[in-house]
Design a binder for this molecule. Structure first.
Ligand code: SER
Length: 474
């Protein structure tokens, strides 16, 4: 096996598929274009949804990409798990090869195997690779065993939850993943630990999706007009395997960012679990935040902007845990840009802007974080002295509303104290506040009536359905 840097893996992957007739297409923005079902781009296939569905034609039928992805929250990636496992990041790069009604299972599986095992490309030991197939997909099972020559005992059949890829509505299908066995010492030790187990032993490095159905979002599947291939290979995961390191956080491009955090905070990686979690959380979240701001997202109290705010505030708090009492994330973001500007040159163009946004957000939160933390600690003590393990929704809401503590930040801190929040009460207060804000907005709009502001009242035509860019006068 060769030791490959993240950059080398990206270059090799794209070259391999270009040689197989694929067009190299740029990553799409983290803000999905014309897709209200997604908060962030979270897979290479997002930008090709309409091509898979046959609604859009391109001048190529094979494509390869290195796609920026964010999975922050929900089924795919709870923020809580980040930093605590070897294989969860909120930001990652997904390398992919795609066929739009062109090649299908035979080529896709053979090429994934060739890329991973050939000494010319990645050169992983074939005997440590375990393909999995959807339990009813005899065709893929047969290809692995009879065409590619993988011994039967290493091909595993898994059910729908593991081996059928879908994300809400849209193109989907059975998939065949490839797991790398990182050794029994990385495992959970359970007797049934095997590919598909949730522990860190068998790391999934490749997913071949046979995208042949459309899910209408209600769980009804119809055949697509064409059979497609949608593959995804996590760049950092393969780097982790190739570099023989413990976790995604130890791969070269990510470690350089952690080193920068260490340099600023004085915390040494690998000294204590608690410190490592903080270093990893900061590293992970600042990568996401830098890319998000680069793609035009700003911290706010809603939607994407709120996810960004939560990430930055969680980072600020972990900075505190490491003893940093002033804004520092804006300095780390320079390193994120340095590590990624080769593949994403626009990050360098926007460096000043991204830095400024992060610094302003840090400064704003710095005004309230200390008071908020003090109050939170007092409340925890008071609850504990009464033997209570449930933190009230009112208190959590006060921390949110007055001190800018997102709920998951409060929950994170409470979890360390063995406490939970009354989420139902919190949500109710949140809804009431939104209702008040809506009512206040109604009053405000009435207040404008009858005023002549001398504005041009020509309605603005929305052209976003047909154009990604357009001109206008403000
Ligand atoms: N869409 C699949 C995934 O995200 C393969 O790219 O895993």
């Amino acid at each position: 096996m060769q030791v490959l840097t993240g950059k080398e893996i990206r270059q090799k992957f794209i070259k391999f598929f270009e040689e197989k007739g694929h067009t190299h297409v740029a990553s799409s923005s983290l803000v999905p274009y014309n897709d209200p079902t997604l908060l962030f781009s979270n897979a290479g296939m997002n930008q090709f949804k309409d091509v898979f569905l046959g609604l859009e034609k391109r001048n190529y039928t094979r494509a390869t990409t290195s796609q920026k992805c964010v999975r922050a929250g929900g089924k795919h990636n709870d923020l809580d798990t980040v930093g605590r496992t070897a294989r969860h990041h909120t930001f990652f790069e997904m390398l992919g090869n795609f066929s739009f009604g062109d090649y299908f299972k035979h080529e896709s599986l053979a090429w994934s195997w060739e890329f991973l095992t050939s000494p010319e490309w990645v050169g992983l030991e074939p005997e440590l690779l375990y393909p999995s197939v959807y339990e009813h997909d005899d065709e893929a099972y047969d290809i692995w065993i009879n065409e590619i020559g993988v011994p039967k005992e290493r091909v595993v059949k898994l059910g729908k939850s593991d081996n059928f890829w879908e994300h809400g509505s849209g193109p989907c299908g059975p998939c065949s993943e490839i797991y790398y066995d990182r050794g029994v010492e990385k495992g959970c030790g359970k007797p049934d630990c095997a590919p598909g187990c949730d522990c860190d032993r068998f790391m999934e490095v490749w997913n071949n999706v046979f995208s042949q159905f459309n899910n209408d979002g209600e769980g009804n599947y119809t055949d697509l007009v064409q059979k497609n291939i949608d593959t995804g290979m996590g760049l950092e995961r393969l780097a982790c395997v190739s570099q023989c390191v413990d976790s995604l956080f130890d791969v070269d491009t990510v470690m350089n960012i952690t080193n920068k955090v260490s340099e600023i905070t004085g915390a040494t990686y690998g000294k204590s679990h608690k410190m490592d979690v903080s270093l990893r959380v900061i590293t992970d979240h600042i990568r996401s935040a830098t890319f998000m701001i680069g793609d035009g997202i700003l911290p706010s109290n809603e939607g994407r902007g709120y996810v960004l705010r939560r990430l930055l505030r969680r980072d600020a708090r972990h900075g505190k845990l490491l003893g940093v009492n002033e804004p520092f994330l804006y300095k780390v973001c320079d390193m994120v840009i340095h590590e990624n500007k080769g593949a994403y040159p626009d990050l360098a163009d926007k460096q000043d802007y991204i830095t400024r946004v992060i610094k302003v957000e840090e400064e704003n939160f710095a005004k309230t974080i200390d008071t908020g933390l003090r109050i939170l600690n007092e409340l925890v003590d008071s609850h504990k002295s009464k033997g209570e393990t449930m933190f009230s929704g009112e208190d959590a809401f006060k921390l949110y509303d007055t001190y800018g503590f997102p709920l998951d930040l409060t929950q994170d801190i409470l979890e360390e104290q063995g406490m939970t929040v009354d989420e139902a009460a919190f949500t109710k207060l949140m809804e009431e506040q939104k209702e008040r804000a809506r009512a206040a907005r109604g009053d405000m709009s009435n207040a404008w009536q009858g005023l002549d502001l001398g504005l041009d009242n020509t309605p603005t035509a929305f052209t976003g359905y047909d154009h990604e860019e357009d001109g206008g006068t403000i």
